[in-house]
Design a protein around this ligand. Structure first.
Ligand code: NAD
Ligand code: UGA
Length: 332
């Protein structure tokens, strides 16, 4: 049986990736430290779904703790067919408040996993980078970001740690021949999504008639990407050879104002929001050029924003009893 090592398996994207691997019959060794960046109730809800599979084994471990991680690595039946490294501190804005936890997990944690791969001959390393590495490369928002574009002006410590992780991974490809897929995801959303991100915050606020924050004038745009599209791309990326940077994005940006309008219409209630100045760590716009992912992975997104939002609102409706109480540490 093929065994995969998935970090961040209690997280939004990691849990869906693990689920897809399990659904197709593979074995998954999953690691997560269940931190309180947002409500652990949601992380446990996702873990419960994975625990239905006997081929899933979970270890509560910090990827930044090399000794503990090495122990899990050995216990979990290495060598693995590939590592899917999704664990990270992921909020853009909270990274301004506490950059240290980002450095620790996103850089040291990534280094630890690369070292374990090198030491035990695991050649396939797929990891989550971010559209945030592009910074404000396209301030007009009119052209899509291609992987060749400049990424040396990150707007947040979070983005800087993702750029650093890409570089670390490159050095392991160069020195030790690891095949690396560094996937730049563009604002991912969907059922069981992160409650610190815009879409779940807006769904919660509009559904419950509670105010939410709107940063800036709402004309900033994102290339929102549905979770199943992303997870499909992540799974496929273990087939990549060499070192490849790959955008995975919806390829159809929407403004935050349009997003709020769509959610409000779907739920049938008016939004109540408090205006805040634009956040200095936020970029103006994102838009993925997905030519490379199409060519190398045969990947393209298939779920349009309206359909993905309907699924997200439906998930919230079905889980509302507990989902409406979710707490977020990074309430910014
Ligand atoms: P998430 O916060 O839901 O998932 C990350 C998981 O990693 C969490 O369950 C968390 O508990 C775990 N984790 C964090 N630090 C850890 C540590 N030190 N040791 C072990 N586990 C740890 O976030 P997500 O949205 O699922 O993001 C997954 C990956 O994709 C991250 O690397 C993120 O930076 C990247 N990414 C996400 C998006 C997005 O829009 N969601 C976009 C671009 C990139
Ligand atoms: C998201 C993820 O949080 C990051 O993990 C990821 O790396 C990044 O996408 C990416 O694409 O690489 P972000 O784009 O900030 O980051 O996602 P949201 O939290 O959904 O914010 C989108 C926009 O909505 C931002 O302009 C933000 O300021 C705005 N927003 C967000 C609000 O106006 N109010 C809120 O309460 C939340």
């Amino acid at each position: 049986m093929t065994v995969f090592f998935v970090t961040g398996c209690a997280g939004f994207i990691g849990s869906r990736v693990a689920e897809m691997l399990l659904e197709r019959g593979d074995e998954v060794v999953g690691v997560d430290n269940r931190n309180d960046a947002y409500d652990v109730v949601l992380k446990d809800w996702r873990l419960d779904r994975l625990q239905r599979f006997s081929r899933f084994r979970f270890f509560e471990t910090d990827v930044a703790d090399f000794e503990a991680l090495s122990h899990v690595w050995k216990t979990g039946a290495a060598p693995y067919a590939a590592v899917y490294h999704l664990a990270a501190r992921a909020g853009v804005r909270y990274s301004v408040t506490n950059p240290w936890v980002y450095l620790e997990t996103n850089c040291r944690g990534t280094l630890n996993l690369l070292e374990l791969c090198r030491a035990s001959g695991v050649a396939k390393f797929v990891f989550a980078s971010s559209s945030s590495v592009y910074g404000n490369v396209s301030s007009s928002g009119k052209s899509a970001f291609s992987e060749e574009m400049q990424t040396d002006a990150p707007c947040s410590p979070y983005a800087a740690t993702k750029k650093a992780a890409e570089s670390l991974a490159y050095s392991y490809h160069h020195l030790h021949g690891l095949d690396i897929a560094a996937l730049r995801f563009f604002t991912v959303y969907g059922p069981a999504g992160r409650p610190d991100m815009s879409i779940l915050r807006f769904v919660h606020g509009i559904y419950e008639g509670k105010p939410f924050r709107l940063y800036g004038d709402g004309t900033q745009s994102r290339d929102f990407t549905f979770i199943d599209d992303i997870a499909r791309g992540v799974v496929a990326a273990a087939g990549v050879s060499g070192y490849k940077l790959l955008n995975l994005g919806g390829d159809h940006p929407f403004s935050v104002n349009t997003l709020i309008g769509m959610i409000s219409e779907m739920i049938g209630k008016e939004p109540i929001f408090h205006r805040f100045p634009s956040h200095p760590a936020d970029v103006d716009s994102t838009w993925a050029d997905i030519t490379r992912a199409k060519t190398l992975l045969g990947w393209q997104p298939v779920v349009p924003l309206r359909e993905g939002l309907e699924k997200t609102v439906e998930w919230y409706r079905q889980n509302r009893d507990w989902a409406k109480e979710m707490k977020t540490l990074s309430d910014i």
